[in-house]
Write a protein that binds this ligand. Structure first.
Ligand code: PFF
Length: 454
């Protein structure tokens, strides 16, 4: 049996699952999945989504697990180690860059969550429906406030990540993830008990076959990819801290189940409350920063304390979801800087956090304070989102699948999958089949669909 090497690693299996699930569970689970499910056939969409997770999400996650754990090194070096080639190594660099660029704008929205925790706490989230719209518009375009919260959330991330894998990321995930889950369940119960809540549950879960078309399939494919934090270095970097005994396939399944469960529960938190007060839910930032504060006030406003507490709990859970994803994003570049520049973890975290904060500041400014920061009609914020999410992400995912399926040393892939023959690896051939054919084809479809080409 091989011994774990000297490099830092997660202390427990639970830590591995919670930290990686923490990366996956993020704003995407709350602001995108429920709406997509409700709009696209309810339970049928959920089944399709699970199928996409199974066919694309889990195999792609295992790919990154294999590359990361094989090298016990940051993502850029991990691709170099397994491929021993300069060409494939570039995918590793691209992953790190993608992770870094996402950090900047993801942090801006994470900061907004924190601002809304504050606003709930001091009772600012109160008013007529139009009030929430103008509150968000004036806050997000303010030159100072979003920057203040951006700096605070980045500082929190810094304080966690600088402490390393066990004392920082693992410890925080073990605290944050169960808290997030408890908050989620409490709000789901409260929301489902409201009068008229059943209409929302029906909207989310009622199977409606007539809504299904190729668009729905392709959107579900894209969402499964983003939701599992694939192709951004996070999964690969975390895997480099796994132990040699970690069962990669089982871990990928458990993480995907947690991620999907949180997404479905998020729907059960949002729709029953929205339908009970007759508000049409939407998606994206406007759902969580404009529609939902209004819904919560209207739905629970009769019991003032409940309305206050639910709103606080909601933004608390959103902040935790964003923070655990942010930690994983910062870790990608931190591991890279620490190992490639041979500096201390503290220095590496500081460099990453401060440079990502600078990007965040410009992204935030581009949303209103200095709207001259726009190119081709898109704000800097939207450009970062577009370039990373629509271009880098599918390119990295595609090349990684092609590499593992067709070019990587078969023995290494098999050894990692079966933990050097100590696991049965029943599904190894199925996994390989998916990675060779299904995943690359699916990703090409996602890519073309995004640009309206199919
Ligand atoms: N998976 C996260 C979500 O669903 O919100 C977003 C994300 C986090 C994507 C970290 C990529 C990543 F590296």
């Amino acid at each position: 049996m091989m011994l774990d090497n000297e490099r830092a690693n997660f202390a427990t299996k639970l830590g591995i699952i919670l930290a990686t699930a923490g990366s996956a569970v993020g704003l995407g689970n709350v602001w995108r999945f429920p709406y997509m499910a409700g709009q696209n056939g309810g339970a049928v969409f959920i089944v399709i989504y699970m199928l996409c997770v199974l066919l694309l999400g889990i195999p792609c996650m295992i790919n990154e697990f294999i590359i990361g754990r094989h090298a016990f090194a940051n993502t850029a070096r991990a691709y170099r180690t397994i491929s021993k080639s300069r060409g494939w190594m570039l995918i590793g660099y691209m992953s790190v860059l993608t992770g870094f660029l996402i950090t900047g704008y993801y942090a801006v929205v994470s900061g907004w969550c924190l601002q809304y925790v504050w606003a709930s706490l001091v009772g600012h989230l109160h008013g007529e429906p139009d009030y929430y719209k103008s509150y968000f518009a004036s806050f997000s375009s303010d030159p100072v406030k979003p920057i203040f919260w951006l700096v605070i959330i980045m500082l929190m991330t810094y304080l966690i990540v600088k402490n390393g894998i066990r004392d920082g990321i693992e410890r925080a995930s073990k605290l944050f993830m169960p808290t997030l889950f408890i908050l989620l369940v409490i709000i789901v119960v409260a929301s489902c008990m409201l009068p008229g809540a059943h209409a929302g549950i029906e909207f989310l879960l009622k199977p409606n076959w007539s809504m299904i078309n190729s668009d729905v399939f392709l959107s579900a494919l894209g969402q499964s990819f983003y939701s599992l934090s694939i192709a951004m270095g996070c999964i690969c970097t975390y895997a480099s801290y796994f132990s040699k005994h970690t069962n990669l396939a089982n871990s990928a399944i458990q993480i995907s189940v947690i991620d999907s469960m949180v997404a479905i529960l998020a729907g059960l938190m949002i729709f029953p409350a929205a339908f009970s007060v007759g508000v049409n839910p939407d998606s994206g930032p406007s759902l969580i920063f404009i529609t939902l504060p209004n819904v919560f006030q209207q739905a629970f406003g009769e019991w003032p304390v409940v309305g206050y507490v639910i709103s606080l709990m909601f933004y608390g859970l959103l902040t935790l979801a964003a923070l655990t994803s942010l930690m994983s994003l910062v870790e990608v570049s931190t591991a890279f800087c620490q190992e490639e520049m041979k500096i201390t973890r503290k220095a590496a975290t500081l460099i990453v956090v401060s440079s990502a904060t600078i990007i965040g500041v410009f992204c935030s400014f581009s949303l209103g304070a200095y709207d001259g920061l726009a190119f081709f009609g898109l704000s800097l914020f939207e450009i970062f989102d577009f370039v990373t999410g629509q271009i880098f992400l599918p390119v990295v995912g595609f090349l990684t699948s092609v590499y593992i399926g067709w070019f990587a040393p078969h023995k290494v892939v098999r050894d990692e999958f079966t933990n050097w023959g100590t696991l049965r690896g029943t599904y190894f051939h199925l996994y390989l089949l998916l990675v060779k054919y299904i995943c690359p084809i699916c990703i090409i479809f996602i890519f073309l669909h995004q640009f309206g080409l199919i």
